[in-house]
Design a binder for this molecule. Structure first.
Ligand SMILES: [Zn+2]
Length: 106
């Protein structure tokens, strides 16, 4: 696997990322957008042993099968199935859903 890392001398500020909850027909859609890009997930609440469970189905952009992540929100023990979470122990899915739940939107 070739990992290409471009490390430019640029500002270390994080991109502004916005999590929004949209309603499309009868479904809920989680929109994670930055200044450059946007990712949309179909959002379904699923049962969880503790905390809250959500299934995020990444919208297919026509270039492959859609990906699905199960997210369990349980405070500091929240989990997600994406690679970012396995690697960093946090990810935008958990963070955005936690923010939406905290804001009373979910
Ligand atoms: Zn994730």
């Amino acid at each position: 696997m070739t990992a290409t890392k471009t490390r430019k001398t640029k500002k270390t500020t994080e991109e502004t990322r916005t999590a929004k909850l949209l309603t499309v027909g009868a479904s809920q859609v989680l929109a994670l957008t930055t200044e450059r890009d946007g990712t949309f997930y179909g959002l379904t609440e699923i049962g969880a042993d503790r905390g809250r469970g959500f299934c995020l189905a990444k919208a297919d952009k026509g270039n492959g099968p859609e990906e699905t992540y199960h997210v369990n929100l349980a405070g500091h023990e929240s989990t997600c199935e994406c690679k970012g979470f396995y690697r960093w122990n946090h990810c935008r899915h958990v963070e955005s859903l936690t923010a939406l739940v905290g804001a009373g939107k979910l």
